[in-house]
Design a protein. Structure first.
Length: 256
């Protein structure tokens, strides 16, 4: 706003140009936070560990899931976006006003952020469900091992993980996107999801738009992070945490 005042002090304005400038400055400095979303066409896919893979038992069995259309964040929520809404930056790898992913936030912290964001924007942002996340990670339910590829040799081009991260987070969107144009679904930071975690949920999951168990003690985390080995980059790998848990390798992205 100081820049606008300096212009006004040095230029002679009539009434209408002055009103235009005031409205322009309000629009520039007060415009709502922009979140880039990717529209995902719903469909059916096989969720969980494919037959022949050797994984943890909570990733089994592979099962059919059908989803309606939804939208998901093109990028993980950044430190600057968090700071714009919450007024502070909790990240361990803090770079104020940056495009690095926010981390060191709990599931409960994220709910406060989403509430305030929705109040500010008039939107209905939320966390993705576990099924939505995996469907999006698989480039729309494709038979992919990693988000966008299945070739282990190409993984470094698509994800920041323990082999190439340098033990830290990186600016979002600096690895290759998956087939839907979504970045960092694997690696960089792991991501909180909306579902309660239950070890054997896949054995009893409903087919249509599953929301996870009705209750529980821990929330699902997906995607692996900068500190994880390649095995955790598989799109069916599951993790979890207590809702008040914070860690410098866990962040989130939004859905709508």
């Amino acid at each position: 706003m100081r820049y606008v005042v300096e212009i006004m002090e040095n230029v002679k304005f009539g009434f209408f140009p002055l009103i235009f400038l005031l409205f322009f400055s309000f629009d520039v400095f007060c415009m709502p936070l922009q979140i880039e979303m990717v529209e995902v066409k719903g469909g059916c896919f096989q969720m969980g560990e494919p037959k022949g893979e050797s994984s943890d038992k909570d990733e089994k069995p592979e099962h059919r899931v059908c989803l309606i259309d939804f939208a998901i964040g093109k990028y993980e929520v950044t430190q600057s976006q968090w700071e714009d809404i919450m007024g502070f930056n909790p990240s361990s790898f803090a770079k104020s006003g940056s495009k690095y992913p926010v981390e060191n936030v709990s599931w409960k912290d994220v709910q406060v952020f989403i509430l305030k964001l929705n109040q500010k924007t008039g939107k209905n942002y939320r966390l993705p469900t576990e099924a939505e996340w995996e469907y999006a990670a698989r480039s729309g339910g494709k038979n992919e091992k990693y988000a966008g590829i299945s070739d282990r040799k190409q993984l470094r081009k698509y994800a920041w993980f323990n082999e190439n991260s340098g033990h830290k987070t990186h600016i979002v969107g600096t690895r290759k996107p998956n087939g839907l144009g979504i970045y960092d679904l694997i690696g960089n930071v792991s991501e909180w999801l909306s579902d309660w975690y239950e070890e054997d949920f896949f054995s009893k999951s409903p087919v249509n738009n599953p929301l996870g168990p009705p209750n529980g003690q821990k929330r699902v985390i997906r995607g692996g992070s900068w500190s994880y080995p390649a095995g955790w980059m598989r799109v069916w790998s599951r993790d979890y945490g207590l809702p008040d848990h914070r860690n410098n390798n866990v962040g989130f992205r939004l859905a709508e």
